[in-house]
Design a protein around this ligand. Structure first.
Ligand code: ATR
Length: 292
């Protein structure tokens, strides 16, 4: 019986694999909140109808996953904290306030919450290389600028896509500040930049299940002991990219931290309550089993 519980959830197509109900319902239970979190299978053709019926259905907030993150944008309002979503052209969190839908992107800040809690790493002044130039690279890159990274390189198979991203983002760099963004190709020319980086993040889908043997870079000899290497993939939990980085002495993390991080920020939008560092880390410990 859902009774008078406040309804939240996640929309996507497909949606059956989503770990978000496990995370959010766990937190509702733990914090004694009268909320529930459901999965809604919404096809692209049903998106508009679903969003306009949220009020009638009593849905107070939703997360948004593939393939709707970009296509929800025209349906949403944005206030200050939502400008990131508007700027990157993708929202993963929607809050229904008296029938008005407000959009947010919590992926980038979720990523930085993860490295802050799991590595105790502050990004200010750090050199970052991001492999990929898709939606996740956008969210992380924009957030990295806000966290004052000193350089942010997008390295992509299709150079054009990375160059467009840099062009888009450069408009948002305050005129009196250094522009941290550059674009390059995902090949050997990247090696000197990788060697010099404090943090290297794989946001490409290379190495994701079922292509577990693939690696976005054929040469991993650049990895230095103590370097920070993150793969936003969490299935498998240790990609070849992470295995090779670990063998060379890097500190590694997989995408489960970003998953829990983006959920924690969405949770605060839904409920007004923060997820503590302890609860974040406890959730991460449990989610590994769910994800395998
Ligand atoms: P997401 O929203 O998860 O970031 P996406 O927008 O589809 O997903 O982006 C996928 C990223 O993986 C892109 O950077 C893509 O590179 P292209 O822009 O060249 O397509 C990258 N990618 C996917 N398959 C790849 C492959 N086999 N080799 C290199 N990069 C790949």
């Amino acid at each position: 019986m859902s009774g008078s519980k406040i309804i939240t959830g996640v929309i996507g197509d497909p949606i059956s694999h989503s770990l978000s109900p496990f995370i959010h319902n766990g937190w509702y239970h733990k914090l004694g909140l009268d909320y529930e979190y459901q999965k809604f299978h919404v096809l692209p053709s049903e998106l508009g109808d679903f969003l306009s019926s949220m009020n009638e259905k009593g849905i107070s907030g939703i997360n948004v996953t593939i393939p709707h993150k970009e296509t929800v944008i025209p349906f949403l309002n944005f206030e200050d904290e939502g400008l990131l979503a508007q700027n990157i052209g993708a929202a993963n969190t929607i809050v229904n306030r008296d029938g008005q839908l407000f959009g947010y992107s919590t992926d980038g800040d979720g990523f930085f919450k993860s490295i802050n809690y799991q590595w105790v790493l502050q990004i200010s002044g750090k050199k970052i290389v991001i492999l990929g130039a898709g939606g996740s690279a956008r969210a992380i890159g924009f957030s990295a600028m806000a966290h004052k990274a000193s350089s942010i390189v997008f390295a992509n198979r299709t150079l054009n896509r990375a160059s467009h991203l840099v062009q888009d983002f450069s408009y948002h760099v305050p005129s009196n500040e250094h522009n941290p963004f550059t674009a390059t190709t995902l090949d050997e020319s990247l090696i000197p930049l990788l060697k010099d980086a404090d943090l290297v993040i794989n946001t490409t889908s290379v190495g994701m299940f079922p292509n577990n043997e693939d690696c976005p870079l054929s040469d991993m000899s650049w990895v230095k002991k103590g370097q920070y290497v993150y793969d936003i993939i969490y299935k498998p939990q240790k990609t070849v990219f992470l295995k090779q980085a670990e063998e060379r002495g890097a500190k590694i993390l997989n995408g489960l931290g970003m998953l829990v991080g983006q959920a924690a920020i969405a949770f605060a939008y839904f409920t007004g309550q923060e997820i503590s560092e302890d609860l974040f880390l406890e959730t991460l410990n449990h989610i590994g089993d769910q994800a395998s």
